[in-house]
Structures are given as structure tokens and as C-alpha cells.
Design a protein around this ligand. Structure first.
Ligand SMILES: Nc1ncnc2c1ncn2[C@@H]1O[C@H](COP(=O)(O)OP(=O)(O)OP(=O)(O)O)[C@@H](O)[C@H]1O
Ligand SMILES: [Mg+2]
Length: 265
């Protein structure tokens, strides 16, 4: 469904390559997590997948269509089925939660009475009480709630693909876990293809695949369930450098006997 073929990107003729030959197939209906050092080009890669940035060369195929060859009108059509969750929820402060979530539909001229049940459904899907949140303004809700409202807004257009750029950065461990479970559950429930950039090793429990972007290329693509046992030297070093180990949650406790822990834990 999403296929990157030899994607190279630099911002000008005399600047360094950000990515130099990224080839990656994103499995359909599953979640792929992209990891990599700060500044390696993960966000730039994601922005190329949604057409915000054009690659210098290479192809990006979405459902077989090379989006690098499309003009703006054609791109808009392709991206009707793609949702993008920004690092900071990017809600409009002057609009209520109802208006923020329903915006894509309200903008199309769909009457408020018709939008209301859809907004309620999406807010419920992200574990927010519609009655308690709909009339509030973004300044009146917490950071974790804002992220959930941002996700509800993305879901309102029934996307087939969702891209998340660091959805939990800056959140406490409990809210992080809630967001991870939410992403996992919505993806499984709706069969969405998802790509998530994260610096949080907790996320490996909730995703299917992990891709490591390092030194301008994808150096590793593999199963998230066995990521702690991989002998790929880049991954081995990178995930251990991120943390002192996965946080114990109900999920990891259940999994514990089956999972081989790093020797230093
Ligand atoms: N619009 C732009 N113009 C010029 N250079 C850019 C632009 N956007 C990003 N870059 C450069 O591209 C490189 C990769 O940036 P990017 O934001 O993709 O990193 P990242 O892997 O997402 O890092 P982080 O983990 O810190 O978010 C950086 O050196 C950055 O300065
Ligand atoms: Mg980034």
C-alpha cells in the first residue's frame, strides 16, 4: 500500500543528503514504527509520504500511484484517505472540541445535526466523554486529552492510513500508555495502516514492525515482538541507548516469562 523506492532528499544542490536511498514497504493494515536518532530525517520522511515535501529523487507509491509525480489537485485527492497526527495536537484555540473534531465535515457544509453523532462516536472511540468535553475549548483540557481530540479529528474522515509524528513526546508514562493503547486499539478495530515515529521503547509492545533510519538509509526492518533480541548492531545499540529498559505494565508483566530481557535489567 505504501512503498518507498530509493528515496533521496536534500534541501538544495549544495547541501548534504538527508536520506540517500530509502527503500521501504509498509505492510497494509498494520503499524510500523520508525525509530532513529534526532535529526536523521524521520519527520522529513513522513512529510514526503503525505506530499508536504517532495523527494529530490525516487518514488513514493500509495496504492500503486507514484505521488511524487502528482500535481497539487491530484495529491489532495490521494490524501483524502490519509490522516496525519501532528506532534503537538494542533487544535484551533478559538474552536470548541466539537468544532475542532467536526471541522473537516462542517467545512464541507454538512449540517451540525448530522456532524454531532459522528463527533460523539469518534470522541467515544478515543475514550473521551462527549458530554464532558464537546463544549470545552482546547485551553480547558489537558495535554493528553488534546492528543486524544487530535486523534478523534483525524478519525473523522475515516482514513485508511494514519501517520503519527511522536504522538507521546512530553506526556507522562500513564498518559503515554493510554495513547499507545488507543492507537493500537483504533488501528486494530478499523484495520488502518499506520506509521508512527517514536523515541519511546514502550511503543514496541503496541506495533507490528520496527524500521530504523540511520546514516541516511533504512538499516533495519523487523518484527517489533522480537526487537529486544535482534542481533542487528544498529538496533541493539540504539534501543538500549534510548532507555534503561521497558517500563513494567500489566501487559509486560503478562508477557514477561516469554520475553528475553536485556542482560542489564
Ligand atoms: N524545511 C527544511 N529545510 C531545510 N532543512 C530541513 C527542513 N526540514 C528539516 N530539515 C533538516 O533535515 C534534517 C532532518 O530533520 P528531521 O526533522 O526529519 O529529523 P528527525 O529525525 O525527525 O529528528 P527528531 O527526532 O529530532 O524529530 C535536519 O538536519 C533538519 O535540519
Ligand atoms: Mg522529527
Amino acid at each position: 500500500m505504501i512503498e518507498l523506492v530509493n528515496v533521496r532528499k536534500r534541501f538544495s544542490d549544495d547541501s548534504e543528503w538527508i536520506t540517500d536511498g530509502v527503500t521501504l514497504s509498509i505492510p497494509e493494515g498494520q503499524t510500523t514504527c520508525i525509530i532513529g536518532k534526532s535529526g536523521e530525517g524521520k519527520s522529513v520522511l513522513l512529510k514526503q509520504i503525505i506530499g508536504l515535501i517532495k523527494p529530490t529523487s525516487g518514488s513514493i507509491l500509495i496504492d500503486g500511484v507514484d505521488i511524487t509525480k502528482l500535481d497539487e489537485a491530484e495529491l489532495k485527492h490521494v490524501f483524502k484517505k490519509v490522516g496525519y497526527v501532528f506532534q503537538f495536537a494542533a487544535l484551533l484555540d478559538s474552536l470548541t472540541v466539537f468544532e475542532n473534531v467536526g471541522l473537516p465535515l462542517l467545512e464541507k457544509g454538512i449540517p451540525k445535526e448530522e456532524v454531532l453523532p459522528i463527533v460523539k462516536e469518534k470522541l467515544t472511540l478515543v475514550n473521551l466523554s462527549p458530554e464532558q468535553t464537546m463544549d470545552k475549548y482546547p485551553s480547558e483540557i489537558s495535554g493528553g486529552m488534546k492528543k486524544r481530540v487530535g486523534l478523534a479529528r483525524t478519525l473523522i474522515v475515516n482514513p485508511k492510513i494514519i501517520l503519527y509524528d511522536e504522538p507521546t513526546t512530553g506526556l507522562d508514562p500513564i498518559t503515554t500508555r493510554i495513547i499507545h493503547e488507543l492507537m493500537f486499539n483504533t488501528q486494530k478495530k478499523l484495520g488502518i495502516t499506520a506509521i508512527v515515529i517514536s523515541h519511546d521503547v514502550e511503543i514496541f509492545k503496541y506495533v507490528d514492525h520496527v524500521a530504523l533510519l540511520n546514516e541516511r538509509k533504512i538499516q533495519f526492518f523487523g518484527d517489533a515482538k522480537t526487537i529486544w533480541e535482534t542481533d542487528n548492531p544498529y538496533v541493539h545499540q540504539f534501543i538500549r541507548g534510548l532507555t534503561n529498559g521497558p517500563i513494567q505494565t500489566e501487559r509486560t508483566k503478562e508477557d514477561a516469562p516469554k520475553r528475553k530481557r536485556p542482560s542489564w535489567r
